[in-house]
Design a protein around this ligand. Structure first.
Ligand code: MN
Length: 228
């Protein structure tokens, strides 16, 4: 029997999804990321800013190949929000109702390309949105853990802690992030938001074993392998 797929010029890509703790898969629509979002002392007065990665930047495997076109791959451990409802122009007090669950993610960054882009006032896309640039662990449902507003967030390389922060130090808490983003785009089921990273970002090299932890959320671990 004919179906619509007969009209595609090639097979559509398989859906990108992230496993859910306890079973099932979360289909990923878009990946939004918040820029600088942790402060030791001061609360910024300007609103959060966002960039994106393509959804096929999602990396689920235990091995992440060192990317091409960089000599400065950096780690940024981040709380990831997974949305399962649509919304636009909402207020923060309506934001938690959009959240399906949470995961631990890493916003991998080609820092040399980002520094160049910043200095030349160019977009960050190629510094942020490359292949395998969005490692993520399993998603745990908010119905199981609630909506965390504090708790340790850490990243270690070869068992040495490099990043250590607390969700309580987010400059823009999760509901504020969602509300701000909902005023820029119409949010949709399947959207992920990487919420920014605490201090301590730094380089990764081939062979590094990276372990990431946020209290109450399934951990994430991977090893950097030679460029594929
Ligand atoms: Mn980041």
């Amino acid at each position: 029997m004919a179906d619509m797929s007969d009209n595609f010029v090639f097979a559509p890509p398989a859906p990108v999804s992230v496993p859910i703790t306890g079973g099932g898969h979360f289909p990923v629509r878009r990946i939004f990321c918040v820029g600088r979002n942790y402060a030791a002392h001061t609360r910024e007065s300007e609103p959060p800013f966002f960039f994106t990665k393509p959804n096929d930047a999602i990396a689920l495997g235990a091995k992440i190949p060192y990317p091409v076109a960089t000599a400065s791959l950096h780690h940024e451990v981040e709380l990831v929000i997974a949305l399962d409802k649509a919304a636009s122009a909402i207020n923060p007090d309506a934001a938690n109702a959009l959240i399906y669950g949470y995961a631990v993610g890493v916003d991998l960054t080609r820092r040399d390309l980002q520094d160049e882009a910043k200095s030349m006032r160019r977009p960050w896309d190629m510094a942020k949105g490359f292949d395998h640039s969005a490692p993520i662990g399993p998603i745990i449902q908010a119905t199981q853990i609630g909506h965390p507003t504090k708790g340790a967030i850490t990243l270690a390389i070869n068992n040495q802690v490099k990043q250590s922060g607390d969700l309580a130090d987010l400059i823009w808490p999760v509901p504020d992030i969602i509300a701000a983003l909902s005023r820029l785009v119409t949010l949709a089921p399947g959207d992920l938001i990487y919420t920014g990273t605490p201090d301590g970002v730094g380089p990764l090299v081939v062979g590094d074993h990276v372990t990431c932890h946020i209290d109450g959320i399934p951990p994430l671990a991977f090893t950097i392998t030679p460029t594929a």
